[in-house]
Design a protein around this ligand. Sequence first.
Ligand code: MTE
Ligand code: MO
Length: 519
Amino acid sequence: MSSAHGSVERAGNRGRGPSGALAGLIALAVFLGIAELVAIATGPDTAPSIAIGQNAIAHTPEWLKEFAIRHFGENDKHVLLAGIYSTLALLSALAGAAGAATRRAVTVGAIAALGVAASISAATYPTGTIVSVGPSLAGAVVAAYAFCVLVKDRPNPSRPTLDNRSRRQVLGLGGAVLAGGAAAYVIGRVGLQSAYNAIASRTAVAFPKASSPLPSAGGKTGFNVPGLSSYITPNTSFYRVDTALVVPQINTSDYRLSIHGMVDNPATYTYDDILAMPLVERAITLCCVSNPVGGPYIGNAVWLGALLKPLLARAGVSPDADQLFMTSSDGMTIGADLRAATDGRDAMLAVGMNGVPLPFEHGFPVRMVIPGEYGYVSACKWLVDIDVTTYEARQAYWVPRGYSAQAPVKLESRIDTPRGGSHVEAGLVPVAGVAWRQHVGISRVQVSVDGGDWNDATLAAVDSPDTWRLWKWDWQATPGSHRLQVRATDAQGNVQVATPTPDFPNGATGWDTIEVTVT
Ligand SMILES: Nc1nc2c(c(=O)[nH]1)N[C@H]1C(S)=C(S)[C@@H](COP(=O)(O)O)O[C@H]1N2
Ligand SMILES: [Mo]
């Protein structure tokens, strides 16, 4: 250990492996750190971890998403990034060990391959340009240099090493290089966060008074039952589903919305243009097509926005068009049914959510909301472009991945309380939850115990048929294990489909069913 002779080589094959692996890991840290630093100049989604992650999201086969990370909720994104970092770490250690055991050109080649792969990912991302290759290429060059500083080639593996650095020297050098890489990473992260945020812009937003305020529900919209959803979902607990690893940050002053395609009068609107339009305030329930029966990917918010119909009327839409093909600032595409968007429902360019400007995760500064349509065919966040077109001409992101091009929300209901698998005391137990078929409305909710008769639940009031409806039924619970089921009837008299079908390709059906133990 304290020998003055070179350690990486001197220890023979056994010693070179782990040291080479360590040098490989340090080179990875340098790669990521330098790249992050350069990304301050080129933008957050040019950083290699993000570029690789976005590429992975775009190319993950559907069955894999089905299994693990279907729609990339917030936690799924962390899981994805953790997976990418650990894969990179493993490959770097292997490449480092291989290079130290043979020739370091092997490792340099691997670093170059990583740099090229990350560069291609960054440049081919929808928002990518040629400068997007900068971070990964710079990172790769410095990482390769760092590896060569740490690991010396041996002219002849069977001879004693020519390198006379001590293990302590090598470790000290490695530590210094590692610290440099880590510092670059931290400075890069902080720099990216301060250079690319629209926090001040969002804080400065002042909404005019809505010309059409929220209609009154004319009654109580909820029940005082612990565990039951609130009628309005707070922004902080509103579900989030999108493919963005970096939440777009758009200043309102830079914001432009372009409406074009099969229209007589293409137009571009600024954020102030939209705020100057008559604004309506409406409670609308948003639901993800990936929400399984009984699932959490649904919420109800009060949206403030400009109605879409007058805007499209001003644009003069061709009678041959049938799709609104929307694009977000990060290149996501969402195709909405033009007929649904213009049949008189409150389809809107939303700017406010529950009394505040849209949170960044929910689409600041402008998103689409169309009552009655699943999010992936309506609710484009960070909306910057609307191409009035046909389904035949253009396919939005999820369509070639097997999801239906058109997807109205299906009639569904959920038991919020009691929780499945829980224990409750015998006697009066409130069973309560939510039911929805946006833009049609709910007329009846029924609960069945152990496959017996359907009991009518009490329904809360709603602002409009565009929201979910809270319900409650008082159950005289007797000791034992019981199965509770719920089904809803919509305002057209349709009863919720009993047959369980998966969420793919256009929304799940079936009755939410739970087991509870009464003691
Ligand atoms: N730009 C963009 N908009 C998007 C998505 C996306 O991935 N990118 N996902 C859609 C999907 S699948 C749903 S369910 C809703 C979710 O909106 P929320 O995250 O505000 O709840 O946003 C929609 N709008
Ligand atoms: Mo969704």
